[in-house]
Design a protein around this ligand. Sequence first.
Ligand code: IMP
Ligand code: MG
Length: 172
Amino acid sequence: MASFRVLLSKEQIHQRIQELGAEIDRDYPEGPVYLVGILKGACIFLADLARATRVPARIEFLGISSYGRGKTSSGEVQLTKDLDVSVQDHHVIIVEDIIDSGITLSYLIQLFKQRKPKSLRVATLLDKPERRQRPVKVDYVGFQIPDEFVVGYGLDYAEDYRNLPDVCILSE
Ligand code: IMP
Ligand code: MG
């Protein structure tokens, strides 16, 4: 049977996101900035992060799949939904749920560079630095976490558990 241990409570997450929002406001005094959520994992983080900023922000989504139903990346990243607009000459922040191997993010950075934004930064709720296979630069990190598989607050295991309000360690 699956069991869950709370790693980050919804209160801790809320508090940290307010800090990240304030950092973004400081970094983009003139705005506007495109917050691009990577579906589906980042949708809940994006919704809270957007409301923690005061800078004029626009919301976009990009869909990718790399995981299938397992706990480790297939290593193959596929675009499942592209942006609806051009972000050329605009500030862009890629909003991710978690950086694990870094394979997904390095793919995304290549993709976005081709779109010629004015600037490109990355925000992630969670970072598992021990697991990195590709070096990637992350500008806004909510929490660094140990090498454990987590679910909740948007993160899934085989599409389940995204609606848990806390980030929990899943064990079976
Ligand atoms: P990466 O390409 O290995 O960095 O994987 C990034 C993606 O893998 C994230 O966007 C998540 O969808 C997924 N992922 C990585 N670690 C976890 C985890 O602990 N729980 C749920 N999803 C994860
Ligand atoms: Mg994801």
